[in-house]
Write a new protein. Structure first.
Length: 248
């Protein structure tokens, strides 16, 4: 009770004009969370999925507009088959469990990454969730699935090369805007804040173009333990930073 009151007080103290519009999270540490408890790695991923639900509450109470979650990278296929299969089932479980809540809370689902490379049942679950929430205009919950920052850039280069080959675009007119528009994140503002849990300090091929000016925040807890307090602390840190975008 006191905890909730204290969090609400801290939330109230935040500058409303400096709330990050887009937060992107590298949800790391599920496996270690499970190992510490003598559980199989997949139990960590299940707990990680539950943490998403809590995180959504926190995002809504702060009025964050976009949340991108790195759920499966183009490199994660190297994991054991059983773990990959488990991860590929999570979107279906998540949408099955959460669709009503997403709708009630006006949350719109989106996805970035190569959907064609996903199993059909995963793709279908995601498309179903996107379709059912497409008219919502509250928080945009964006899953990065089978996503890699380098892949994103290669694909954008291919899209632009095709436009040039078709005579629709002159090479001289290729600029930052046309490249941004060819990325999976087309239409989504760049993240203001990137959070990575688990104490690892690296980007791991996540949104390489889009995070050029993002503030980075590395949090020591494992993703399944990430709660509203961690989120609030990250946003407080963000608000203390002086973003200059190369200026003075
Ligand atoms: C990294 O931790 C986590 C992942 C690769 C998977 C993240 C997925 C979820 C939290 C659930 C996704 C849910 C939906 C609905 C798509 P790790 O396994 O690398 O942890 P470790 O570094 O401790 O081994």
């Amino acid at each position: 009770m006191f905890g909730k009151w204290f969090l609400a007080k801290r939330r109230h103290k935040l500058r409303k004009d400096k709330i990050p519009r887009h937060i992107a999270i590298i949800m790391d540490g599920n496996g270690r969370w499970a190992r510490r408890r003598g559980l199989p790695r997949v139990a960590g991923h299940k707990a990680g999925m539950d943490a998403i639900q809590r995180c959504l509450e926190g995002m809504r109470s702060l009025d964050v507009r976009y949340l991108t979650l790195y759920a499966f990278s183009t490199e994660n296929w190297r994991r054991p088959r059983t773990e990959v299969d488990f991860l590929m089932d999570l979107p279906k479980q998540f949408i099955g469990q959460e669709l009503d809540t997403l709708t009630k809370n006006n949350i719109r689902l989106g996805v970035i990454g190569d959907l064609d490379g996903l199993p059909q049942h995963t793709r279908e679950a995601i498309c179903h969730g996107i379709e059912k929430t497409r008219d919502n205009d509250g928080l945009f919950l964006n899953f990065a699935l089978n996503y890699g920052g380098r892949d994103d850039l290669v694909r954008a280069a291919q899209i632009i090369a095709r436009q040039v080959a078709a005579g629709e675009l002159s090479p001289d007119l290729i600029d930052k805007e046309s490249l941004s528009a060819a990325l999976y994140t087309r239409g989504i503002p760049d993240p203001d804040l990137v959070i990575r849990t688990s104490g690892e300090v690296r980007i791991s091929n996540f949104m390489l173009w889009q995070i050029a000016y993002s503030e980075l925040c590395f949090v020591d807890c494992f993703w399944p333990d990430f709660d509203e307090e961690h989120l609030l602390r990250a946003v407080e840190t963000f608000q203390r930073r002086n973003r200059r975008f190369g200026g003075v």
